[in-house]
Design a protein. Sequence first.
Length: 147
Amino acid sequence: MAEAVFRSHVADAGLAGLVAVDSAGTGGWHEGDGADPRTVAVLEAAGYEQDHRARQFRASWFAGLDLVIALDAGHLRDLRALAPSPQDAAKVRLLRSYDPAAPAAQGDVPDPYYGPPAGFQECLDLVEAASPGLLDAVREAVKEHTR
C-alpha cells in the first residue's frame, strides 16, 4: 500500500525519473504473490494504481538505496539488524516519523491483515498522512544529489 501511495506522490511531484519506489517485506511470506485483495480494493477506491509482487528485502540492496522505510518498530529493528554497516542501518526510518501529527509513541502503521476490513482504510489514511513529509525529505535529498 505504501509503495503505491508514495509512487503516486513521486509521480505527481515530477520526480518519477529521479526516484525509485519499491517495496519488500522483512520475511519471505507470500513471496511472488500480488497484493491482498482488500489492499487492492482500498487503493483502487482511492484512485491509486498498484502492481505489487511480494518479495523479501535483502541486505545486499542497502548499497543501492538512499532511504529504507519501515512501517512499524518491528520492521525497523529487523531492517537495521540486516544492514551490513552502521551507515546502512541509518538509512532505515519509520514512515510515520514523516507525519508531523503522529505521536512518537504511536509510530507504527498497524498490520491490517488479520483484522477487520476497516483496518485497510486506516492504513491508507496513515500512509497518506506521512507521504507529504516523506516527499519533502526525498525532494531535499534529490536536490542535494543534483547539486
